[in-house]
Design a protein around this ligand. Structure first.
Ligand code: PA5
Length: 335
């Protein structure tokens, strides 16, 4: 929980560190972020927040491989908090073997070692977060800094500072000693209660935030959770919201002022279907952020802290992720 509340400090320190590094990229035609889980969340957010500001596509890839178009004119930014995630290491090797401009972001691990061996830039983030997902500020700050250092994005220090200022109010209203009436995350935790949350976002930063919420409820609260996005969900999911599921599921809709103007009309047309199924709906708005970055962070932080409270209220520790360790151990046994 404490690490989530250090989001702002993490962001500033990592941005300052990364944006001062010189990264030679030539004329990059595309940027690909590679990462998994909590590290990928930073790539998701930065890709969505800066999509309208940079002249090249920003892509995010989760997995072992890379598409055929990745080559010498591509910047590949590999994000792994631990530096030891096998999918990200595989993507790193693939990018390096194709002569792409590879940048590594990690707290150390094998990714740092491979970058050192191949002379690729390594942007180190502090290794003091209890879990990768608690280092969102560091990973996001380093990813933005990497875009600046690579010459893809103009200097973003002012926007980072503005995002920190925008987050300040929210951070003051989070914490164990803040009463529930003032702390939106505690209210969200009790709204979810014993139900499975389905989180909706839309094009822009609310979609990466919705995915982050899903992952945070999985890992912190140890419950199933699902995310989907408007308008796509209007073409399938809406049919599935039928009577008989109201005790099992609840719906959280993430909104932000930068969303596409059609989202309100989509919701007006869609929510009657959800209400007819008696499913409870909670709207969570990013209210304070002046930029897509700030609004994305605001929404992500709300879900991170709500999912941690959800665990704590049930006497659980949000940090452990034993199932992930068991999957990794089984994979290792099979090799
Ligand atoms: O939140 C988590 O702990 C996971 O989702 C990890 O981020 C994921 O397993 C990848 O690990 P790393 O971020 O160290 O590359």
């Amino acid at each position: 929980m404490e690490s989530y509340l250090r989001l702002g400090d993490q962001l500033r320190a990592a941005y300052d560190g990364a944006s001062g590094v010189s990264i030679e990229t030539g004329a990059a035609r595309a940027v690909v972020f590679c990462g998994m889980g909590g590290s990928a969340a930073a790539g998701d957010l930065v890709s969505a927040a800066y999509a309208d500001d940079v002249p090249v596509p920003l892509e995010i890839r989760r997995g072992y491989g890379l598409p055929a178009w990745v080559g010498r004119d591509t910047v590949v930014i590999c994000l792994s908090y631990s530096g030891d995630t096998e999918e990200t290491l595989s993507a790193y090797d693939e990018a390096a073997s194709r002569g792409a401009h590879v940048v590594a972001i990690s707290s150390g691990g094998e990714l740092a070692a491979r970058a050192a061996r191949s002379g690729a830039p390594h942007l180190a983030v502090p290794g003091d977060a209890p879990q990768p997902r608690a280092a969102l500020g560091s990973l996001t700050g380093a990813a933005i800094g990497a875009l600046v250092s690579a010459g893809v994005l103009d200097e973003a220090g002012e926007q980072v500072e503005q995002a920190l200022a925008d987050l300040r109010g929210q951070l003051e209203r989070l914490g164990f000693d803040v009463p529930t009436e003032r702390d939106r995350s505690k209210q969200i935790a009790s709204f979810v209660g014993s139900r499975i949350p389905v989180i909706w976002g839309s094009e822009g930063v609310s979609w990466p935030a919705a995915w982050r919420w899903k992952c945070a409820f999985n890992e912190n609260a140890k419950i199933p959770a699902f995310a989907s996005a408007l308008p796509e969900l209007n073409h399938h999911e809406v049919v599935g919201w039928t009577k008989g599921h109201a005790d099992a599921f609840c719906l959280v809709v993430l909104r932000e002022p930068g969303e596409h103007p059609s989202v309100q009309a989509r919701l007006d047309a869609t929510l009657p279907e959800i209400r007819a199924a008696d499913v409870e709906v909670l709207e969570v708005r990013a209210e304070e952020g002046r930029s897509p970055l700030a609004r994305g962070l605001e929404l992500m932080l709300a879900g991170d802290v709500a999912s941690a409270y959800h665990a704590i209220e049930r006497g659980m520790d949000p940090a452990p992720i034993d199932a992930i360790a068991r999957v990794k151990a089984r994979l290792a046994e099979g090799r």
